[in-house]
Every structure is written in structure tokens, then in C-alpha cells.
Design a protein around this ligand. Structure first.
Ligand SMILES: C[S@@+](CC[C@H](N)C(=O)[O-])C[C@H]1O[C@@H](n2cnc3c(N)ncnc32)[C@H](O)[C@@H]1O
Length: 305
């Protein structure tokens, strides 16, 4: 199934610089085309830490068995929605641990903090955190797409032995995760905010405010597409209308508390962020053209004061 990510009427625009559009449209009739730059046929490099995780947590032994297992689940997920994070194996980054605040998050979870991964896809970062913290109680993952949550149990083979809660949810629905309101200490948003335009991101911040415990130290952290000069950006390859942040605009987003119509909480934040090269350990570095010029990766943390 091909579908727009942003619930707009425009379909995915699957074009490649080398003009393979005809082949792309033909394949698309049978499902998500693989003739796009953000579908990488094979894993380029599997870091030792990823091999360890699959051998010790998942229970698949040896690089060949691990890659075959990953390809099978990845290709099922690609047919659900052809996200770059799926096509390019970015889920194997376990991006949560790239945050400088990750050790603090692990410690806080060990001490009983409640953690939510918003837009968790397979729940890979929930599993990584559970593995490192030695507990999966108080961990919640949510995603719009129920099939991604189910494929997470396939990828990690932990149905029945993972105590984390996975629940389908749409961040834009008024009653989004209502039972959890005011009960979450830490929210992770990995490759999530950049799916949306500025007005939609403000709505996400409002939902985050509702979910977090209304106390000092509640935090949101994550990563997404950024740029030296933030602002509205159309990613022509995929047809996404999004907002890429710079160091100032990400701070402004949180300080606004999502204000659009005045009905917001007066929350003060300390926001730290950095911009780096947009890359993944396991991807083919030649497949970069789809992102658009000057795209960087932002890592950020917003802590409630
Ligand atoms: C680009 S993926 C990122 C997945 C993962 N967090 C990571 O860091 O790799 C974005 C995820 O957000 C989910 N998503 C998109 N719109 C959503 C919405 N309105 N509410 C909740 N999840 C949503 C998608 O289904 C997808 O799994």
C-alpha cells in the first residue's frame, strides 16, 4: 500500500534523478516500489553492537542469519509504508543511544521513570533501552501504524517476554494516549517531528505537554532532519512538506508550548541541540540525493524547568 504520510491528498512522489519514473510507477501497482534511493537492497555494514544485540537479545546467531532475518521483516514493513528509516535500515541505528543524554535516561528508567517512544515504528529504541536498563516495565511505545508494532515483535522475537507496552495511537487525535496524561517522565521522538510542518509540530508539542508529568526534569529528546538555517522545506523526492529546524527554531518550538490559539500551558524549557552529518552506520553513503540539499541531522533535548 502506498499512502501519504501527512494525510494530504498528494501521493508519494517516487522519482529518481536518473529518470526511472516509468519503472517506478509500474512497480508501484504491486506495492511500494523499491526503485527509489531510500530503498537500499542490502545492509552495508553491521556494527558489532548490533550483532551483539541480535545474538543476545533476539537470539539469532551469526551475521548471515541476522541479515536474512532483518531483510524479511524490513521488506514486510516496506509494504506497510515505504519510509526512508525502513528502506535505509535506519532502525538499526537504535538512534536513542546517540543522544548525549542517553546514560541519564537509562539511569532514570532504572530508578522507575516512565518512558514513551512517540512514533516508535518497530519499537527498536524501546528494546535498546530495555536491554541497557535491564527492565522493560514503565516503557511504552506508540505508533500510528499497528502493523509496525506487530512487526517489532517479529524483528525482536520477544512476544511474551517483553514487558513494554505497545499501543497504536495518532498524535493528532484529541484523545491521544489519554490514560497516560500527566504520567510520563521522558518522551523520545526519533525521526518524527520532521514528518510534519510547523503547525503540526506545534500540535505535537501540545500533546507532549499533556503527557509529561507537570514537574521539573520532565524531558523530551530525539533526532530529526535539521539545517543550518531552519524553516519550511519541501523534500521533492518524497513529496513531504516539512519543517527543518536549526538550533534556534527547535528552542522556539518548545518555548511556544505549541501555542496556536492561546490555549497552552505556561511551561519553560531548557533546550539543547546540535547539528551533524545525516548518516547511518549501516547505509550506503552514495544514496543521499533524496534528502535534498544541506540536510543535517539534529539531536536535541528539551528539559522542563
Ligand atoms: C520515520 S519513522 C521513525 C521511526 C523511529 N522513531 C526511528 O527513530 O527510526 C516515523 C514513525 O512515525 C509514525 N507516525 C507517523 N505519523 C504518526 C502520527 N500521526 N501519530 C503517531 N505516529 C505516527 C510512523 O508510522 C513511523 O513509524
Amino acid at each position: 500500500m502506498l499512502a501519504p504520510v501527512q494525510n494530504q491528498s498528494a501521493p508519494w512522489i517516487a522519482t529518481e534523478p536518473d529518470g526511472k519514473e516509468e519503472a517506478i510507477n509500474k512497480d508501484a501497482k504491486d506495492g511500494a516500489t523499491r526503485h527509489v534511493q531510500w530503498y537500499q537492497p542490502a545492509i552495508k555494514f553491521l556494527p558489532r553492537s548490533t550483532v551483539d544485540f541480535f545474538e543476545n537479545y533476539v537470539g539469532v546467531k551469526g551475521k548471515d542469519a541476522i541479515t536474512t532475518h532483518i531483510y524479511n521483516v524490513r521488506d514486510m514493513a516496506w509494504q506497510v509504508l515505504p519510509y526512508p528509516c525502513i528502506g535505509l535500515f535506519r532502525f538499526l541505528d537504535f538512534g536513542i543511544h546517540l543522544s548525549p543524554d542517553y546514560p541519564t535516561v537509562v539511569r532514570r528508567v532504572q530508578e522507575g521513570a516512565t518512558f514513551l517512544d512517540l512514533g516508535c515504528c518497530f519499537g527498536q529504541d524501546v528494546r535498546k533501552l530495555a536491554y541497557d536498563a535491564g527492565t522493560s516495565f514503565n516503557l511504552i511505545g506508540t505508533d500510528l501504524e499497528e502493523p509496525f508494532l506487530q512487526l517489532g515483535y517479529e524483528l525482536f522475537r520477544d512476544r511474551g517476554r517483553c514487558d513494554a507496552t505497545f499501543v497504536r495511537g495518532n498524535v493528532f487525535e484529541e484523545d491521544f494516549l489519554e490514560p497516560y496524561r500527566g504520567k510520563i517522565n521522558i518522551i523520545y521522538v526519533g525521526s518524527f517531528l520532521h514528518l510534519f510542518n510547523e503547525a503540526q509540530q506545534k500540535k505535537v508539542v501540545r500533546q507532549v505537554n499533556r503527557l509529561l508529568r507537570p514537574q521539573k526534569g520532565s524531558m523530551v529528546f530525539g533526532r530529526h532532519l535539521g539545517a543550518e538555517k531552519g524553516g519550511h522545506f519541501t523534500m521533492k523526492s518524497i513529496g513531504w512538506d516539512l519543517y527543518r529546524h536549526d538550533l534556534q527554531t527547535i528552542a522556539d518550538l518548545f518555548q511556544s508550548n505549541g501555542s496556536a490559539d492561546g490555549d497552552v500551558q505556561e511551561v519553560k524549557w531548557e533546550v539543547t541541540s546540535s547539528l551533524g552529518r545525516y548518516e547511518s552506520a549501516n547505509w550506503d553513503d552514495d544514496r543521499r540525493g533524496w534528502q535534498g540539499d544541506e540536510t543535517k541531522q539534529m539531536i536535541f533535548t528539551a528539559v522542563r524547568l
